[in-house]
Design a protein around this ligand. Structure first.
Ligand code: GDP
Ligand code: IMO
Ligand code: MG
Length: 427
């Protein structure tokens, strides 16, 4: 049985949670491979409406084992809050595991995320302030604390003592803020160690064994390709690799085992946080998209920046991820527009770009070149079959498919699981 990866194709919030919840019915394992509680994945299904940050969106299918891979940034407070939230809806995950190699968000990561953002002033990234950047910095500097370290109090002490001293020096001497108490942090994380122990596994081995047993493994991306630390709109990116490459390193999975790479594309463009966004619209259609689409962050409640579909970044995303499938989500949000635009290229002066330029400051100067298509002006939220979509909606999806260079297998017309049109099967 294959591996299917579900990857955010734009700047995040494309509807990955909804699609994973839908497809996970067939999965034996659903794995997150990167990011942390900076993600906010909304799932609407017969059990209710859920906003997940860490726990995979496959958790509603009792057959699926849900795992958090080594690439994750584990915020233990968020993890236990999420478990409690699920329990309130009578969902008691029994097959939920965390890699011993995943790194842990520590209290100083939260503090430093805030202090660094403040210090950057007008150049702030607009992070979610969940400690993500500082945690990945520590991982790469080999100062990180891993989930496995929490299981042994002596190991934790030996890891934490020198690191906390260093962090307190930075917090007090660079930023003039209050130091953290070793005793308090140590105690809190020893307690976390006890609570997390039943969830800790060698997740990489679990995934390999599942594949060898012929099981279906689904990889749930977080964030989106344009937020990738290497290929995104640097420095306005997250600190991990939300792309397909990150799925391999974040789980210990060979790329040769991944058969299906499904890119999730919102039918227009949104972005939350700072950084260039060529199709951003400050008036119309931006305001209508934000209000009709309730485009406010799942996680931080910040208003999302909105604009027409940007086929330049989207095609680039399809190319660097090698998508062989796509899902087009939130098509229903476009129901009321007389006409709809798609950005097919950028212009700076006389120069035309068909891939996003990466030299500093250039993307900020790019003016979108649009094509215009007629809208459909009717409610599509109850449509179940592709044939029943209005001709204009089909033409819009076809045009996007042509611009992406990869087939659209799914069209989503509402937040609920069943509001999904299968254009052609993926599995
Ligand atoms: P994710 O981070 O990629 O999982 O996406 P988010 O959950 O942050 O944001 C997507 C939002 O759109 C959520 O509120 C979903 O419930 C909702 N959603 C997903 N697909 C559709 C759709 O086709 N139509 C509408 N109207 N809402 C959708
Ligand atoms: P999901 O999985 C949208 C953005 C932040 C900020 C930048 C860096 O729900 O699609 P970070 O806290 O990661 O250091 O912030 O990345 N960002 C997201 N935007 N959806 C997300 O996740 C995001 N995760 C991070 O807004 O611009
Ligand atoms: Mg989200």
């Amino acid at each position: 049985m294959p591996v299917i990866a579900v990857i955010g194709a734009q700047w995040g919030d494309e509807g990955k949670g909804k699609i994973v919840d839908l497809l996970a019915e067939k999965a034996n394992i659903v794995a997150r491979f990167g990011g942390g509680s900076n993600a906010g994945h909304t799932v609407v299904n017969p059990q209710g409406t859920f906003k997940l940050r860490l726990i995979p969106s496959g958790i509603f299918h009792t057959k699926a084992t849900c795992v958090l891979g080594n690439g994750l940034a584990i915020d233990l407070t968020a993890f236990f809050e999420e478990l409690a939230m699920l329990k309130e809806s009578d969902i008691h995950p029994s097959n939920l595991y965390i890699s011993d190699k995943a790194h842990v968000i520590m209290p100083y990561h939260y503090i430093l995320d805030g202090l660094e953002e403040e210090a950057k002033g007008a150049n702030a990234i607009g992070t979610t302030r969940r400690g993500i950047g500082p945690m990945y910095v520590d991982k790469v500097s080999r100062l990180g604390i891993r989930v496995g370290d929490l299981l042994d109090k002596d190991v934790l002490r030996s890891r934490l003592e020198p690191v906390l001293k260093l962090k307190n020096d930075i917090i007090t001497k660079v930023y003039g803020d209050k130091p953290l108490s070793f005793d308090e942090v140590y105690k809190q994380y020893c307690d976390f160690g006890q609570r997390i122990a039943p969830f800790v596994r060698e997740v990489d081995s679990m995934v390999i064994d599942a594949l060898d047993a012929g099981e279906l493994v689904m990889l749930e991306g977080a964030q989106g390709a344009l937020l990738d630390i290497d290929h995104g709109t640097y420095p306005f990116v997250t600190s991990s690799s939300p792309m397909i490459g990150g799925a391999c390193t974040g789980l210990g999975l060979s790329p040769l085992r991944i058969d299906h790479i499904l890119g999730i594309f919102k039918a227009y463009t949104t972005r939350v946080g700072a950084g260039p966004m060529p199709t951003e619209s400050h008036e119309e259609p931006g305001n209508t998209l934000r209000e009709r689409g309730n485009e406010y962050g799942t996680n931080t409640k910040r208003p999302r920046r909105c604009g027409w579909f940007d086929a330049v970044i989207s095609r680039y995303s399809a190319q660097i991820n090698g998508f062989n499938h796509a899902a087009l989500t939130r098509l229903d949000i476009l129901d009321t527009f007389e006409s709809i635009k798609i950005c097919t290229a950028y212009k700076v002066g006389d120069v035309t770009y068909t891939r996003p330029p990466s030299l500093p400051g250039l993307l900020e100067k790019c003016e979108p070149v649009y094509i215009e298509m007629p809208g459909w002006n009717c409610d599509i939220t109850n449509i179940k079959r592709y044939e029943d979509l209005p001709a204009e909606a089909k033409a819009y999806a076809k045009k996007i498919e042509e611009l992406l260079g990869c087939p659209i297998n799914l069209i989503s017309v509402g937040s609920a699981r069943e509001q999904t049109i299968e254009v052609s099967p993926i599995l």
